[in-house]
Design a protein around this ligand. Structure first.
Ligand code: FAD
Length: 393
């Protein structure tokens, strides 16, 4: 019987494991794949504040960024940035592995190639039914027991659905390729109906290769194929054939993130920045809050949902407003015409927003920027434009 079993060795699960092990609890992490971080499909951008707050391992960092350049449909550009490091780009597979190594150094155990297929309450704990991969192929059924369970299974929702919790209602699809690209100096973000309606595409330098991708409501792969033919991308590409990988990203939360003895963290809970679809920082934050809540519950000797409800209050206190404001902004973005996006980008450097970004921007918390944008003249013109288009329509 372990004190806690974490299901899923992504960043959210490994952070929960580290925080629990640091507090002296016996922790086991179950990961269905035989190798941590494989397969991976991620751009690997992580906010600098998360690195500092959680002392995240830096060995996988490829480079740092202090700005990103946004391109409008007409090709106008605005560079949004600060005079300090805003984010790091990491080798994602190595990042997940070093998060796990840190948890192991704190006393956590990892069992790899072990897929959890069911959970049931049994006495004073939870029984986890698993299938363990055998080296020669095949799987053996086994079970584990723990006083508490942290579910950090990413966008795999079977286990929580069996517990009566519905998967998040809204998802984006993100598709990405890793390619050789010339002349890509920093992060580039492309907007507009042709690129990804209501969403965005990106090109991120990441060492020898660039990560080029598109995020969309459901058509990310065709949009990415088209984006790769976009003149400012195609002219710099050096590869011929590229392998497109795609994956869902939740942009809404599950209805509840706690049950008796069980907490949900990371993508499983829908703890993702709605504006960009980035989930690593919030997953790490919520993994940490889950561990702190379990610590409190273990000390009280009460792991019922009455005590574990505190977890949901804590994470909503930290990021709830961010998620709501981000949601509003994403919906507003979806209503903008290409002309309005162009206007926004051209007007950016004439406004007081660059100064605000320099002073207060945070890669993982966009609320202040969004609220400042809403108070600016640029925003007034945009809303007026949307209103006029609707009245005319
Ligand atoms: C193309 C793309 C680009 C992205 N770029 C960024 C970015 O730049 N920055 C950012 O912050 N986010 C980005 N994201 C999102 C980010 O990848 C996720 O938000 C993040 O990985 C969530 O972490 P997690 O720990 O919750 O889940 P995951 O990292 O998905 O980890 C879940 C783990 O659980 C394991 N698992 C699942 N089910 C079981 C089971 N039943 N038993 C045992 N193990 C199980 C899985 O194998 C996996 O290892 C991107 C996503 C995509 C698709």
């Amino acid at each position: 019987m372990h004190d806690a079993i974490v299901v899923g060795a992504g960043p959210a699960g490994s952070q929960a494991a580290t925080s629990l092990a640091q507090r002296g609890y016996s922790v086991l992490v179950l990961e269905e794949h035989p190798q941590i971080g494989v397969p991976t499909n991620c751009s690997g951008l992580i906010g600098a504040e998360a690195f500092e707050r959680f002392d995240l391992p830096r060995g996988s960092v490829i480079r740092e960024f202090d700005s990103a350049t946004f391109f409008s449909p007409k090709g106008n550009a605005a560079t949004v940035g600060a005079d300090r490091v805003m984010a790091y780009v990491v080798r994602r597979c190595e990042f997940d592995q070093s998060m796990a190594q840190r948890a192991v150094a704190c006393g956590a155990d990892y069992h790899l190639g072990v897929r959890c297929v069911g959970l049931e309450y049994e006495g004073d704990g939870v029984k986890l039914s698993v299938l363990k991969r055998e080296p020669g192929g095949g799987e053996i059924p086994m079970s584990y027991r723990a006083r508490a369970v942290v579910l950090a299974t990413g966008v795999r929702y079977g286990l929580i659905q069996d517990l009566g919790i519905e998967r998040p209602p809204r998802f984006l699809q993100a598709a990405q390729v890793e390619v050789e690209m010339e002349g890509l100096a920093g992060v580039e973000v492309y907007l507009g109906r042709e690129v990804a309606p209501g969403s965005f595409a990106w090109a991120i330098p990441a060492g020898a290769l660039a990560r080029v991708g598109v995020c969309d409501g459901g058509q990310a792969i065709p949009y990415l194929r088209r984006f790769l033919r976009h003149p400012s991308i195609a002219s710099r590409l050096r590869n011929g054939e590229v392998q497109i990988k795609s994956k869902a990203i939740p942009v809404s939360n599950v209805s509840r993130t706690f049950l008796d003895r069980i907490l949900l963290v990371g993508d499983t809970a829908g703890q993702v920045k709605v504006t960009t679809g980035g989930g690593i920082s919030y997953g790490v934050l919520c993994g940490d809050l889950a561990a702190a809540t379990l610590d409190h519950a273990f000390r009280l000797g009460d792991l019922t949902e009455r005590v574990l409800a505190e977890y949901e209050r804590r994470w909503r206190h930290e990021i709830g407003v961010e998620l709501r404001v981000g949601n509003f902004f994403r919906r507003l973005g979806g209503t903008l015409s290409d002309e309005q996006i162009d206007h926004l980008i051209c007007a950016y450097h004439e406004s007081d927003l660059p100064d605000l970004v320099k002073r207060r921007a945070d890669f993982d918390r966009h609320r202040k920027f969004i609220l400042a944008l809403c108070r600016s003249n640029i925003f007034f013109h945009l809303v007026w434009g949307v209103f006029r288009r609707r009245s005319i329509g």
